[in-house]
Design a protein around this ligand. Structure first.
Ligand code: NAP
Length: 375
């Protein structure tokens, strides 16, 4: 049976309130409408079917409530309620920020230097402005000096390049971040390529990605979001070596580097994308699932191998009139269902999101240590 509960974000949530676990058909079919990457999707919670790659996927309920081994090796049990350990990205990110702050404080004491991060924001997108503001706040909280340039939407590519060049030459700036997306009249590749490799704290330069992909090469920086996913696995003691991993999504900033990182850690990795046939069967083979798709609740409980570890990168706003802002954030994974099948899972929000900024701070600290020979 479903009930409603108040959540920390001020929205009411549909939750299971009685046993046994059974995923029931919802009263209405979900309508996942993706009009743009930032659009709010209409949404009808998790139901026993979902639209994936244009086809309706039925969710077989019999996979739930069976006995299965826990990924962490603890005794198994009949699953009647949420089973998965919650991988708390918010708490982990806080710990990491405290570690970084302590290191920066020592660095300042011993050598008088502090790391510096420059952010270039072009245009007036509210979401980008919020990300930049949060990054600035996070920098301040750990003692990183932040520099910011805010350019008008109609500024020229040349102007952006000039600012990058100035930051490249400034020894007080250890990391440079160009907030994406850029306005459509700009060539993103030209701009990202202009960031000096030693200051590419986003890790997006082809040289860093190339090194990440090659054996026996070390990237100077690893892209923050996938780095955050792996850090969560490490900090929660999830073994990766020899495990089967599925990454859903192959974007340059999340899916692709996440798959490379897992491979570097000796997982056997399969990448699922929008043209993959039968993604649920492939995903069901994985001990570790990382999703970076941008489709609310696409990954159902039936996609998850019992006992698997699930890292949900997706951040999808969905319409919710019970929230004061009219929407709430959900992941790519139907948490309600998957948390009863997986052995550990990240929530959305409060999972991978906070880790991304923590990893940016970590990359900036590494850049400073490298530049001042403090490693
Ligand atoms: P993206 O560039 O749009 O890439 C989405 C990927 O998902 C693509 O590779 C696409 O396949 C694949 N995909 C789309 N529909 C699919 C389907 N039905 N079945 C299987 N694969 C499908 O997105 P992104 O930048 O990687 O971001 C993904 C999600 O993560 C978004 O919700 C975003 O908001 C979130 N995100 C979160 C953080 C964080 O800090 N937590 C950071 C970055 C992004 P094709 O390649 O075939 O098109």
């Amino acid at each position: 049976m479903f009930g409603t509960a108040a959540a920390s974000d001020g929205c009411s949530r549909r939750v299971f309130i009685t046993t046994p676990v059974q995923v029931r058909a919802s009263r209405s079919s979900p309508a996942f409408l993706r009009t743009s990457s930032r659009a709010i999707k209409t949404y009808a919670s998790c139901s026993n079917s979902s639209v994936v790659n244009g086809s309706v996927i039925e969710f077989p309920t019999e996979t739930i409530g069976s006995r299965f081994p826990d990924f962490f090796g603890t005794p198994t049990a009949l699953v009647t309620e949420a089973f998965a350990k919650v991988i708390d990205g918010k708490a982990t990110a806080k710990t990491i920020r405290e570690e970084i702050a302590a290191e920066i404080s020592k660095m300042k004491e011993s050598s008088g230097v502090v790391p510096g991060l420059a952010v270039i924001l072009v245009g007036e997108r509210k979401d980008s402005a919020t990300y930049v503001r949060n990054k600035k706040k996070a920098c301040e909280s750990v003692g990183i000096k932040s520099y910011e340039v805010h350019l008008a939407e109609d500024c020229s590519e040349q102007e952006v390049l000039q600012h990058i060049s100035a930051f490249n030459d400034d020894p007080a700036v250890n990391g440079i971040l160009v907030q994406l997306p850029l306005p459509s009249h700009m060539n993103e590749q030209n701009i990202l390529n202009a960031v000096c490799i030693d200051k590419d704290v986003d890790g997006f330069s082809p040289l860093n990605i190339g090194r990440l992909a090659m054996r026996d090469r070390e990237p100077l920086f690893v892209p923050c979001t996938p780095k955050g996913c792996i850090e969560l696995l490490h900090r929660y003691g999830v073994p990766i070596k020899g495990k089967r991993a599925v990454v859903i999504g192959r974007s340059n900033i999340v899916g692709m580097p996440a798959s490379l990182l897992l491979q570097r850690e000796d997982a056997t990795v399969t990448v699922v994308h929008s043209r993959t046939k039968n993604p649920e069967a492939i995903t069901r083979e994985a001990d570790i699932v990382i999703t970076a798709v941008g489709q609310p609740n696409m990954v159902r409980g039936s996609w998850i191998k019992p006992g698997a570890v699930v890292i949900d990168v997706g951040i999808n706003p969905v319409e919710d009139t019970s929230c004061s802002r009219g929407y709430r954030l959900v992941g790519d994974v139907c948490y309600e269902e998957a948390s009863k099948i997986a052995s550990a899972i990240t929530p959305v929000p409060g999972g991978v999101g906070p880790m991304t900024i923590a990893m940016l701070l970590s990359n900036t600290l590494s850049a400073a240590k490298r530049s001042y020979n403090l490693e």
